[in-house]
Design a protein around this ligand. Structure first.
Ligand code: HSE
Length: 350
């Protein structure tokens, strides 16, 4: 049976949870999926790096974190040394889950490039490299005969990107509109219940939805990246970040929300893109007061949803979690499963 050797770049919540899944459910997954997973390298800003071709003791790695211990005390190094590890380790697949830098996508873009250049497939939950350099990185993967998968970049493990690419074959996708940020949606819901803006944000932070700096969620930057990814990947738009108009929800007052409710409307932060008759694609994120019978008006709390506009089916809506450790770790697993399926299809045609 095939075993894929994997390297975890970034050992925060998402890759840690993937390691936990492999440690606790690896045998079940092997039986169910027909392949095994073995972690042969881990790098992390705080823990350093560890490379063990025969497989890392995941219980040991998962036990590190709160103290001052690093991988140096376990046969590794206190330095992450990402380039050396990514280029020289024996992994088949690099799981990239470092932070998103929305300006240039670094250092994740380099992580992905180093891996693809050295003949390793990549799965990432990182919006930066996909939104800002997605086309180029996909072409690099193709040139090197490896895979680049990124389901978790939008709506975590809820199937959206692959679903639309695979299941909408034969019809025309003309656009989409979605609630793509759980924090802002949660905040709007709590304001509707009467909480002040800052109280709602601090609740979202306590619940772990909002980023430490919630501006990315509240001012629409997070959705801007997600809209860019969906527009380029699914609508074939060749647009840049600046082409996605952006407005957040910070200017909405409790009175705006009350007034909308009186008129049978509900404010939502909506990310959307539309193909125009001339073939160009326009894209935007901003607050929209939706009628209560609109498909996205009932999406509450931190849940996400995206409604695709199709020519043969009309609107098709997918709803599910858009964040969370397990939900995002599952996205990486789903990427590896997709790579395995592609690999088997290639093998069947040789
Ligand atoms: N902070 C984001 C949200 C999750 O609230 O939806 C990651 O994209």
């Amino acid at each position: 049976m095939t075993t894929y050797d994997i390297a975890l770049i970034g050992f925060g919540g998402v890759n840690r949870t993937l390691a936990e899944l492999i440690a606790t459910r690896g045998e079940d997954l092997r039986k169910q999926l027909g392949f095994g997973l073995r972690v042969v390298a881990i790098t992390d800003l705080r823990l350093g790096s560890l490379v063990q071709d025969e497989g890392i003791d995941l219980a040991m790695a998962l036990g590190l974190g709160t103290g001052s211990e690093t991988f140096a005390e376990h046969g590794g190094s206190a330095e992450p040394d990402n380039e050396r590890v990514i280029r020289s380790c024996t992994a088949d697949i690099i799981c990239e889950a470092t932070f998103t830098n929305p300006d240039d996508g670094e250092p994740a873009v380099s992580h992905v490039q180093w891996a693809l250049e050295s003949g390793k497939s990549v799965c990432t939950t990182n919006k930066g490299p996909v939104a800002l350099r997605g086309t180029e990185l996909t072409e690099l993967a193709e040139r090197n005969g490896v895979h680049f998968e990124f389901e978790g970049a939008v709506m975590s493990g809820t199937p959206v990107i692959r679903l639309a690419k695979k299941m909408f074959a034969g019809l025309k996708l003309n656009g989409f509109e979605g609630i793509l940020n759980g924090t802002s949606n949660y905040v709007l819901g709590r304001m509707e219940a009467g909480l002040a803006f800052h109280e709602a944000i601090s609740e979202a932070q306590q619940l772990g939805y909002a980023e430490a700096n919630p501006a990315a969620d509240i001012e629409g930057y997070d959705v801007q990246l997600k809209v860019l990814i969906l527009a380029n990947e699914l609508l074939g738009a060749r647009i840049q970040l600046a082409d996605v108009q952006r407005q957040g929800i910070s200017s909405l007052t409790l009175e705006d929300i009350r007034e909308a409710a009186r008129e049978g409307l509900r404010w939502k932060l909506v990310g959307s893109a539309e193909r125009k008759p001339d073939g160009t694609v326009t894209a935007a994120v901003g607050p929209v007061a939706l009628p209560l019978d609109h498909g996205l008006a009932g999406i509450s709390g931190a849940t996400n949803a995206v409604s695709f506009s199709t020519d043969l089916l009309g609107p098709v809506t997918v709803s599910g979690p858009g964040a969370g450790r397990m939900e995002t770790a599952y996205a990486l697993l789903s990427d590896i499963i997709a790579m395995h399926a592609k690999q088997n299809r290639v093998a069947a045609h040789v």
